[in-house]
Ligand binder design. Structure first.
Ligand code: ZN
Length: 339
């Protein structure tokens, strides 16, 4: 009941990478970098356990970015051919690598990292992968022509990776699809089909994380443009409720999402964002408990997973730590009330 988890990413320690920055360059190299990432993952596994987080993750300490971390080992991508591209329907510009040939997974991407984490925690373990649509919205295409075709090609590779992660003992494989909130028609046309391809044959839990983004300025400005009610989820939740994906996330903390939209996910486990990642104010346990209780008006506690709104990579490390503790403590308050 009320199993806690996070959206995935957590800040890198300053000795590992430049803090409070997306795409932060590593501060170590070679063997030092490999062991540094492992040390950072250990710190966060321990912090999550101590905070009372039930389904823990590596905090994405092994990758510099949630999409490109997966792509770095994929064949068919030219990292010299960087293309400037408007991301999330031109919300911001980024220089991204370019697909120039059929994409292939020639080796395991995250296998060693998952094995490492599995060795060091007895908690349920989540591993995050970028979703096919979000990959296609974060890389330039000079080969496939149609975005849906490229998404299916990536979905096949994600499926190979997900099957390996499951065999290692990962309990939840989460696909990050912030693009689902932006291209709602495409979600229904091919986005969910691509997710189904990525999760084909999996027996562990599958999850999809859909958010309004990290707390960076471009996202904050976008949110201000969305009006008094954010109803993007309303367009895609009915189709997601029909899908095979087990867990669906939504933002609740300080968001303008009508909580009643959770009624559209009646057959799913719902990851409810009860921690705001767009500010540096650590929530009190009471504030967290209040959002969980509001969400419980629409989702019974057996299906409700208190979670963060999004990843916490760009936050200061001590703030993210504090927010993890608040998440655990707030959930614990509600559990006590429920007896
Ligand atoms: Zn997110």
């Amino acid at each position: 009941m009320l199993k806690t988890t996070t959206a995935g990413s957590l800040p890198k320690p300053s000795w590992l990478a430049e803090p409070e920055k997306l795409w932060a360059p590593w501060n170590l190299s070679g063997e030092d970098l490999i062991s540094g990432k492992q040390d950072a993952a250990l710190v966060w596994l321990k912090e999550q356990e101590n905070a009372g987080i039930d389904i823990v993750s590596d905090g994405e300490q092994f990758r510099s970015h949630f999409v490109h971390g997966f792509l770095e080992k994929i064949e068919g991508i030219d990292w010299e051919k960087m293309t400037e591209m408007g991301i999330r329907n031109n919300r911001y510009l980024a220089k991204v690598p370019t697909v120039t040939a059929p994409v292939r997974r020639i080796e395991s991407v995250h296998g060693d990292e998952a094995r490492f984490c599995r060795r060091f925690t007895k908690h349920q373990l989540k591993f995050t992968l970028p979703g096919p649509m979000t990959i296609c919205d974060t890389i330039a295409d000079a080969h496939y022509g149609r975005r849906s075709d490229m998404a299916m090609a990536f979905a096949e590779l994600l499926n190979e990776e997900a099957k390996e992660l499951e065999a290692i003992g990962v309990d939840v494989i989460q696909f990050d699809e912030p693009a689902f909130n932006v291209f709602m028609e495409d979600v229904k046309e091919w986005g969910i089909a691509a997710l189904h391809r990525a999760t084909e044959g999996l027996n562990c839990k599958s999850a999809v994380h859909i958010c309004y983004g990290y707390g960076i300025q471009a996202n904050i400005d976008w949110k201000h443009s969305l009006g008094s009610e954010w109803r993007q989820y309303e367009e895609i939740f009915p189709a997601l409720n029909e899908s095979r994906i087990n867990q669906i996330s939504l933002e609740c903390a300080h968001s303008k999402v009508p909580l009643s939209l959770m009624k559209l996910l009646r057959d799913k486990e719902v990851m409810v964002g009860v921690i705001d990642v767009a500010n540096s104010i650590v929530e009190t346990p009471e504030e967290v408990a209040a959002i969980i209780k509001k969400a419980m008006e629409y989702v019974e506690p057996e299906r409700l997973l208190p979670c963060t709104n999004c990843g916490m990579t760009p936050l200061a490390r001590e703030i993210a730590s504090g927010k993890l503790v608040a998440l655990g403590a707030g959930t614990s308050l509600v559990r006590k009330e429920l007896g």
